[in-house]
Design a protein around this ligand. Structure first.
Ligand code: AMP
Length: 611
């Protein structure tokens, strides 16, 4: 079977997994780690870095390091969340041509799907190294609460990275798959998923291989980063007041604060206190300033109480939507790194009136579930077997009607795939076209919802008002993506329609980005090949360098010996030149010659030793 992978594309970390001999397994990256930090940077060396290497240089290169980009993907530039993220980011977030968001990195203005594609490319390379063959087929997870634009942007990222994304599935549903896989479970389960950037809570019925989501809720702008921000406030506010300077205006200081805050947050999950020590955090005419502070768990919990309460309220909303009470539940499964925080666990205990289960790995379950779904889809294609996943749409879908109100066509928590049709009639005689605004969200007012796109029905036939009837079909796929088509009821013909997405990329942009990413992929592969040859050649060159002085003095007077030594010295120069030029072919040739020369010199050294 062709290799197939499941990907958890997270705000803080991303994970890739697969199913081996029926066992869902996380694929360790080439760097040896299971989690790939979702960080992309343009390093001072002029190269793009992704993952651990990008994270490590974030403090010294904060303006060229993009973190938590998932918080921006598929959002409109004009949205409050983007403006909030912009005010806090150390890198530059700018406006795109379609009211979308772009970031400036390495002298380029990049779309968010391009950034996500670089992370996906890294995971693809990890998987390819693991399988030893190309990997294309995949399932990618998204927060259950992602809307159409965010899902489409994620699919675009998959395309750009060269992956064939068979399905987009919701993170809590994926975690439930990992939880229920291979066990006889017949339960009502809540998945509470709090990661670095998003919060999801889903209620599912699991039984006989069927994973039936009853209701889902969440917030795509609520996660570990918000907790970190509160800790940054705790650290920086008093310091800034006392010293009369704005510490957070300096990207390097901001990044150091962010790292320290996250470390302290993690430490406070186990300890009551954590000391933060940031020497030389600022320089003033009076000399350097150092920030030192002991953070207590109690003050952290106090400062983040509203965030925890928001999670709890969203859980109650989901139970209400599912017509359930805590008594009806069998299990609460915790997913996402943030669920290690004791106050979060306590909130779960309070809301669901039970001890949460720790039956899955909080940071791996989503990727494992994605791998299970990927495997099931592949098997389905082969033999019709697999798990059955019945997910729901997290948002209501509707159209804007008179008075700026919304008429809901598909209510939230409807099982997907689904469809609904609506009959539109003309309101003027000889009306040539009609514009329909497609909205996603829960507000009765159009303004309070996300405008997915504008639907233009044009070339309408000449007729009196009300005589032209057009049946518009709205569909939501298993990926949660909205599609629209229309039919003129009189003629039975499909009406030409045009959906203008209000944000997101055009097909042409995606095509260009795919080309650019293919170039990037080639460069990454060449770089990796060079690094591997360089490492081998480097070892040989070191050995030769050490051996050379000994052999040199011993062969004095022997013409062939002196020639061999001089050739070896030249070879070392060539190796250094190949290194400087970062030329793989040159390095490969140097490595082979180093190997032969070393054998020759070792032989000479041995002979001399025997004499
Ligand atoms: P995830 O997206 O599941 O990888 O979760 C990442 C988030 O979990 C980040 O905000 C981390 O800082 C946070 N996190 C990881 N471990 C812990 C921990 N032990 N206590 C509190 N938060 C944690």
């Amino acid at each position: 079977m062709e290799p197939i992978i499941g990907i958890d594309l997270g705000t803080t970390n991303s994970v890739v997994a697969t199913v081996v001999d029926g066992v869902p397994t996380v694929i360790a990256g080439r760097s040896g780690y299971e989690l790939l930090p979702s960080v992309v940077a343009y390093a001072r060396t002029g190269r793009y870095l992704v993952g651990e290497l990008a994270k490590r240089q974030a403090v010294t290169n904060a303006e060229q390091t993009v973190t938590a980009s998932k918080r921006l993907i598929g959002r409109k530039w004009s949205s409050a969340q983007v403006q909030q993220a912009r005010a806090k980011a150390t890198y530059r977030i700018v406006e795109g041509p379609h009211d979308d968001v772009r970031v400036e990195l390495g002298g380029r203005t990049m779309a968010l799907p391009e950034i996500a594609a670089m992370i996906l490319t890294e995971l693809k390379l990890d998987a390819e190294a693991w399988f030893g063959q190309p990997v294309v087929k995949s399932v990618i997870t998204v927060p259950a609460h992602f809307n159409d634009a965010q899902r489409t942007a994620t699919l675009d990222a998959g395309k750009i990275s060269g992956l064939d994304v068979l399905r987009i599935i919701n993170e809590p549903t994926a975690a439930a798959l990992a939880y229920g896989f291979g066990r006889k479970v017949d339960k009502k389960v809540v998945v509470f998923d709090l990661g670095g950037g998003t919060f999801d809570v889903s209620l599912l019925n699991i039984g006989s291989g069927v994973f039936d989501v009853v209701a889902t809720g969440g917030d795509t702008f609520l996660g570990g980063d918000d907790f970190d921000e509160r800790l940054i406030d705790l650290l920086a506010d008093p310091f800034e007041r006392a010293e009369g300077l704005v510490l957070r205006a300096d990207p390097m200081a901001r990044q150091r604060l962010k790292d320290a805050a996250e470390k302290a947050k993690i430490a406070l999950s186990d300890a009551q206190e954590s000391e933060v020590n940031l020497p030389f955090i600022a320089t003033t005419p009076g000399g350097p300033l150092h920030l030192q502070r002991v953070l207590r768990r109690a003050e952290f919990e106090e400062k983040t109480r509203d965030l925890v309460d928001r999670c709890a309220r969203l859980c109650q909303d989901v139970m209400r939507d599912a017509f359930r009470s805590a008594r009806d539940l069998d299990e609460v499964v915790l997913v996402g790194g943030m669920t290690r925080m004791p106050a979060i666990q306590a909130a779960c205990r309070r809301v669901f009136d039970r001890e949460p289960s720790k039956g899955v790995h909080p940071q791996e379950a989503v990727a494992l579930g994605a791998a299970i779904q990927a495997h099931a889809l592949a098997k389905e294609a082969d033999s019709g077997a697999g798990v059955l996943l019945l997910d729901v749409t997290p948002h209501s879908l509707g159209v804007c009607i008179a008075g700026g109100l919304v008429q809901v066509l598909i209510p939230k928590n409807t099982t997907v795939p689904t469809s609904a049709s609506h009959l539109f009639t003309t309101i003027k005689d000889n009306q040539k076209a009609a514009k329909i605004m497609v909205m996603q969200g829960e507000s009765p007012q159009a303004q309070g919802n996300e405008l997915l796109g504008e639907l233009i029905l044009d070339n309408l036939p000449k007729a009196l008002r009300g005589e032209v009837e057009i049946d518009v079909l709205f569909e939501i796929s298993s990926d949660g993506i909205v599609g629209v088509s229309a039919k003129d009821l009189k003629t039975g013909q499909r009406q030409s329609i045009q959906v203008t997405a209000t944000s997101g990329l055009t097909d042409e942009e995606v095509r260009q980005m795919m080309e650019q990413n293919a170039d990037y992929l080639l460069a990454r592969k060449t770089e990796e090949q060079f690094a591997s040859v360089q490492q081998d050649a480097g070892k040989l060159a070191n050995e030769l360098e050490q051996l050379l002085p000994k052999v040199k003095s011993a062969v004095e007077g022997s013409q062939s010996g002196e020639e061999a030594v001089s050739r070896a010295a030249k070879l070392l120069e060539r190796t250094r030149a190949a290194e400087a030029a970062r030329d793989t072919a040159m390095m490969l040739a140097a490595k082979e010659s180093l190997d032969q020369t070393l054998q020759l010199l070792r032989g000479i050294a041995q002979k001399l030793g025997r004499r």
